[in-house]
Design a protein around this ligand. Structure first.
Ligand SMILES: [Zn+2]
Ligand SMILES: [Zn+2]
Length: 306
């Protein structure tokens, strides 16, 4: 009998862990760039260009890792139908004596990466979208060239890598799931195991703000569910959770969008909050969206007289 058969959850866990590893790499590059304050004095963009030039090898590594993660997520979906489908070869090529002795699943050869999408769409009740299929093939080709040669013409973009991860999360896990998956991952990193106070809120909010900066409007809507052309306000809950940090993430939007709207939603903490509409009392602030309970302006975060 075939033993030690992995569950869809096992594959998903392996895949998400790799996607997060790739994401960590990109996120830390953006953080370094911000902390070095290069962009503030680098008017011609020369130093910033140099930064990304020097980032090419780590970015290429991250592409490889992310692609590996995506393949695991595809296997997870195939395994939802049944994990045994992943065994690709004819019984005659199976491990010898597997009919006589218990043999672990890992001893069997599984489907080649290049066939995963086709195989998935043949067996899974929900076929993949064309956008994902196209991106997957492109990144697979890119991964192969990274693995097999040093092609100096290749240029790896951090933005594109983020989109690769977000598209995979969208297509293989579900809409607007990445930040939730990211939170779960950050809550499982080694420091979280030994330090009770560890909270990934800062990292998550910082990354969410970064995404609003680097994604196109269409990408923001597709992957985060935000209304990209609509104004953003400081999320009260996220900012309170950030305590001592000076980050005030503008990750909340009115819904519906309108001058009379009294509800605000943050795509990071997923809280839907009540606001009142009256002008902020700060002379320099044009805000008119005030958090109801504590009377705080969500444009400048000052307390407003009631
Ligand atoms: Zn929030
Ligand atoms: Zn204000």
């Amino acid at each position: 009998m075939i033993t030690e058969i992995p569950t869809p959850e096992d594959f998903r866990h392996a895949g998400l862990s790799l996607l997060n590893l790739a994401w960590d790499a990109v996120s830390s590059m953006y953080l370094d760039l911000e902390n070095s304050q290069v962009e503030e004095w680098d008017e011609k963009g020369e130093a910033t260009g140099e930064f990304w030039r020097s980032a090419q090898r780590p970015l290429a590594n991250a592409v490889v890792v992310a692609q590996q993660g995506i393949e695991f997520l595809l296997k997870a979906r195939i395994a939802e139908v049944t994990p045994l489908l992943l065994i690709s070869t004819q019984p005659r090529d199976w491990p010898s004596r597997c009919d006589r002795e218990d043999t672990a699943f890992a001893e069997f050869r599984t489907i080649d990466a290049q066939d995963l999408v086709k195989f998935h769409d043949a067996v899974h009740p929900q076929r993949l979208e064309d956008t994902f299929r196209t991106k997957f093939q492109r990144f697979r080709a890119l991964r192969n060239s990274i693995m097999h040669t040093v092609d100096k013409r290749l240029w790896h973009s951090a933005h594109e890598l983020c989109v690769q991860v977000l598209e995979a999360s969208h297509a293989l896990i579900g809409s607007y799931k990445w930040l939730e998956l990211r939170r779960d991952y950050l809550q499982s990193i080694p420091v979280a195991a030994v330090y009770d106070e560890y909270e990934p809120t800062w990292q998550l909010s910082w990354e969410a703000c970064l995404l609003l900066e680097i994604l196109t409007h269409a990408e923001g809507t597709r992957y985060l569910g935000v209304q990209a052309k609509q104004r953003y306000y400081i999320c009260y809950q996220c900012t309170v959770n950030l305590r001592d940090s000076d980050l005030q993430p503008k990750t909340a939007q009115l819904h519906p969008n309108g001058p009379a709207s009294v509800r605000i939603y943050c795509f990071v903490c997923e809280r839907d909050d009540a606001v009142v509409r009256r002008p902020c009392s700060e002379a320099t602030c044009k805000g008119n969206v005030i958090q109801e309970e504590d009377s705080v302006c969500l444009s400048c975060f000052n307390e407003v007289a009631r």
